[in-house]
Design a protein around this ligand. Structure first.
Ligand SMILES: Nc1ncnc2c1ncn2[C@@H]1O[C@H](COP(=O)(O)OP(=O)(O)OP(=O)(O)O)[C@@H](O)[C@H]1O
Length: 262
């Protein structure tokens, strides 16, 4: 079991942000977390990475109970690609694609340590998988946002994490860059043993590789389980308190609102 949360609640500033949450992630699964703004997605990720502690309930991540194991060691096994990481790339404008990917081994963003030949070989292989070999010697300042996202995903794989959190990776990407990034994510899932947790507001980003989906609402699990049982018109209408229609074509989900609900 990779993540095990039992009746977890989190209260901050007198506000109950997470309420009686139960969630289990097993080896070999890939999860999507879908929630509207303010549902508690970021808070849930902060709990998983040990940046926040449950007020009530118990949780284990990678089999380790919180408070009984050094968090530093645990965090090395969890990658987190987020917008704030993308922001930090601004301070490494001169670093090349290869340097950024390599730096994942040392949990830094720029490269301050000397990599071995084996590290460079591993980084090169990852860059092939992520489709960014052409950015090997290109400084970050010349990269598009979509290219930076793929470089950051490559950087995360450099540490061979057991869990990789992809926190709204398609936010701000144009439709072509988004499709390219989704393809990259699918490929990485096929080539690595890392469990992916993909956080999003949009159901069209939930690719077939995400076997399981958690619908998070008001800090609670609205529903969870096999993706095809979550992304149905009935369930999504209840979830969003709006009549919505879900369709699936070429293995991709789409959501449509009736005209009078817009
Ligand atoms: N420290 C805090 N004190 C009080 N309330 C907080 C605190 N941190 C978050 N919240 C509230 O908890 C709720 C969940 O926030 P969170 O950022 O986890 O949601 P989210 O699902 O990630 O949202 P978004 O999709 O908009 O990024 C929000 O209503 C937020 O205002």
């Amino acid at each position: 079991m990779l993540i095990e949360m039992n009746d977890v609640s989190l209260i901050q500033n007198q506000k109950r942000i997470i309420q009686h949450l139960n969630w289990k992630v097993e080896d070999g699964q890939h999860w999507a977390i879908l929630g509207l703004n303010g549902a508690g997605k970021t808070t849930l990720l902060n709990l998983v990475c040990g940046y926040l502690f449950p007020t009530k309930g118990t949780m284990k991540v990678l089999g380790k109970e919180f408070g009984k194991y050094p968090l530093q060691d645990l965090r090395k096994e969890i990658g987190w690609v987020s917008n704030s990481l993308l922001e930090k790339m601004k301070y490494h404008d001169e670093s090349t694609g290869l340097q950024i990917v390599l730096s994942g081994k040392f949990a830094s963003i720029g490269l301050y340590d000397t990599p071995t030949d084996a590290d460079v070989e591993k980084a090169s292989k990852i860059m092939d998988q992520v489709g960014v070999q052409k950015l090997r010697n290109q400084p970050c300042r010349n990269m598009s946002q979509g290219e930076k996202q793929r470089i950051l995903i490559g950087r995360a794989f450099m540490a061979s994490p057991k869990i990789l959190i992809l926190d709204e990776p398609c936010a701000g990407l144009d439709f072509l860059s988004k499709e390219q990034l989704l393809k990259t994510i699918e490929q990485m899932a096929a080539h690595n043993r890392t469990t992916l947790i993909y956080v999003t507001h949009h159901i069209d980003e939930i690719l077939p590789v995400f076997s399981h989906t958690l619908l998070l609402k008001e800090g609670n699990v609205f529903s969870e389980g096999m993706t095809e049982n979550q992304l149905t018109s009935d369930k999504m209408s209840q979830f969003s308190a709006t009549a919505v229609h879900i369709s699936k074509e070429n293995n991709r989900y789409a959501l449509k609102l009736p005209d009078d609900n817009v």
